[in-house]
Design a protein around this ligand. Structure first.
Ligand code: ARG
Length: 588
């Protein structure tokens, strides 16, 4: 469906052209003075110089042309040269009825479908998920859903951190504790055991212990570095251990992500890039891109237009070990070979921006990806506590994501028990659903690149710009619709009528903005724009609800129309929250 704002723009543009002015002056925006009008055009002001006429004269001419147009209830020219427009009530009703009849609510898919890979999540195996991983998962999941909804082919990849020193550390610590394991026997030729020699909780203890030791004990650190090197050069026992670490870790990670309603199509990791590294390095050397500098192998990526220094991209350390750059570059090799993506989006902490600038430039320069591939970095800010410092536990430690979530679930649970007479079981389920909305909306409603304060009290509130408020609004509509049906009436009979009150018209105007809002969020990779939209929409609905008798309306036709309007509002909000990655309960 064509977007309402574009329909208006086309009409206004036509009028400008018919009056002898340039097309570009017909630009229309949503009014910033809703008390005066709904849409406005300031083109007459811009056009005045070229036309050698007072802006108001131009506005008057265009206004004259638009009189009687079925699209508008009124068009006025105002000093010094604004065009103020109000949309026709009948036209608006017609538009919203068309939305209701369309299973995409009036939002067309993109014309040229792209293949898009999204790299998000980025957990490190053997380390528990902490709050820092929350943002990547939540934002990435939403970007994935938005892109898919727009009709693109989308592949989400978790890109596990499974190839650095942390692997060498775990192997070293295991070796200290259980030197007799077959994995450490260089003579061993048999098959390695199927069972991992550790559980997830052991693994989660082993890593921090090893990491602590390596900071104090230089020899230990060297052993860990040597183990990393050997692992990266195919030591069979270490390779088998890596597989165990991965299996145990990934099972645990999947469970955690499932609770967050975050999912991935691919569970690849840095280690999957390893087989591509030797050829990649050889080619970079042969093509004259990579050279040795202070022992390390590097590729220059600085550009003349740089305003700050972009250091060379390091491909191999002097000991020949691969780095974070190396795995990211080699990962692009298989991504290109297997999926040939038009776009790769990385949802990663914004402090890693320089790394990605280097990787992207190096990948293009060395021909790993074609020039046409768009490599996009969506860097997110830090999640802070109320003190404005990175979010910590009460005793100052790193907050495990699991604990954070269960804290919020509990808080929600007591709130919900206070409110209603649900069974304990339903209250538990409901509080999980609402808690997830609180967390995700709390995160997504901020522009991703900004730091934000994770304020549990605010996020879990049923009032204000929060996830629970949006859900509460949906639940309210569900309950009205259910009551309407219980009274023996069918929700399928009515048609949305021309609005009779200001609040009804305001609601319908918000609904009609759905396609524009989602398309904007898509084009700008900005889920927060969907949050902003649904907050406005929920507010518009609640205002209408407070001013209108719906179930008490005696005129049945009018009532059936209200019910349709409710249905459309509910569906629109539901589609939007699905794009954000959460859902509404039946009651709350
Ligand atoms: N594992 C990394 C970290 O925790 C994030 C990975 C991001 N993705 C990537 N392709 N580098 O910092």
């Amino acid at each position: 469906m064509q977007e309402l704002i574009n329909i208006i723009k086309d009409e206004v543009t036509k009028a400008f052209v018919e009056c002898g002015y340039g097309e570009k002056y017909g630009y229309v925006t949503i009014s910033n003075r809703p008390d005066l009008c709904e849409y406005q055009c300031n083109g007459a002001l811009a056009c005045a110089k070229e036309a050698h006429k007072a802006p108001i004269m131009i506005a008057n001419e265009v206004c004259e042309k638009l009189q009687g147009n079925e699209l508008f209830a009124s068009v006025e020219a105002c000093n010094p040269g604004f065009l103020n427009m109000k949309i026709s009530e009948e036209y608006l009703a017609d538009y919203t009825n068309k939305m209701l009849a369309d299973d995409r609510l009036g939002l067309d898919e993109v014309e040229e479908k792209k293949t898009i890979m999204i790299d998000y999540g980025g957990p490190n195996v053997a380390k528990p998920l902490h709050v820092g991983h929350l943002r990547s998962a939540v934002i990435g999941e939403s970007i994935k859903r938005i892109n898919r909804f727009m009709g693109n082919e989308v592949i989400g990849d978790v890109h596990l951190g499974d190839w650095g020193l942390q692997m060498g550390l775990i192997i070293t610590e295991l070796r200290e504790r259980q030197p007799d394991l077959v994995y450490f026997d260089p003579e061993y030729k048999g098959e390695y055991p199927k069972e991992a020699p550790f559980t997830i909780s052991e693994l989660e203890e082993i890593y921090p212990t090893a990491s602590g030791k390596s900071k104090e004990d230089e020899a230990y650190k060297e052993r860990a570095m040597a183990a990393t090197y050997e692992l990266q050069h195919g030591n069979p026992g270490y390779t088998a251990l890596l597989q165990h670490i991965l299996d145990v870790s990934v099972t645990d990670l999947k469970r955690n992500y499932e609770n967050l309603k975050v999912s991935f199509d691919l569970w690849k990791g840095e280690s999957d890039a390893d087989p591509y590294i030797p050829d990649m390095v050889e080619k970079m050397k042969a093509d004259g891109f990579a050279y040795v500098s202070e022992g390390a192998l590097v590729v220059d990526v600085a550009e003349e237009t740089d305003t700050k220094e972009i250091p060379p991209c390091m491909i191999l350390k002097s000991d020949g070990a691969a780095l974070y750059n190396t795995t990211d570059l080699a990962t692009l090799i298989w991504r290109e070979a297997d999926y040939h993506p038009d776009e790769v989006i990385y949802v990663v902490d914004k402090r890693q921006e320089l790394h990605f600038v280097q990787v992207f430039r190096c990948a293009k320069k060395t021909g790993i990806v074609p020039d046409s591939t768009e490599l996009k970095f969506v860097g997110f800010g830090t999640m802070n506590g109320k003190d404005g410092k990175p979010f910590k536990t009460r005793d100052g430690g790193v907050m495990r994501l699991e604990n954070l979530i269960s804290d919020i679930n509990e808080k929600m649970y007591s709130k919900i028990l206070e409110n209603d007479t649900m069974s304990q079981e339903e209250a538990e389920e409901t509080s999980k659903t609402v808690a997830l909305a609180a967390i995700k909306y709390g995160d997504l409603s901020n522009q991703a690149s900004k730091d934000y304060i994770f304020d549990i009290d605010r996020f879990t509130s049923f009032e204000g710009n929060t996830g629970p408020y949006i859900l509460y609004t949906i639940v309210r509509m569900k309950s009205i619709l259910a009551k309407y049906e219980q009274s023996g009436k069918s929700v399928d009979t009515g048609v949305i009528g021309a609005p009779e009150t200001e609040s009804q018209k305001a609601l319908m105007l918000e609904l009609a903005r759905f396609n524009t809002s989602i398309r904007n969020a898509y084009e700008e990779t900005a889920p927060h724009k969907i949050c902003a939209y649904i907050y406005e929409l929920a507010n518009a609905f609640n205002k209408f609800y407070h001013e209108t008798k719906i179930l008490g309306e005696e005129d049945e036709k009018k009532q059936a129309g209200y019910i349709k309007l409710l249905q459309l509002t509910k569906q629109t909000l539901e589609v939007c929250i699905d794009l954000l990655g959460f859902e509404a309960p039946e009651r709350m």
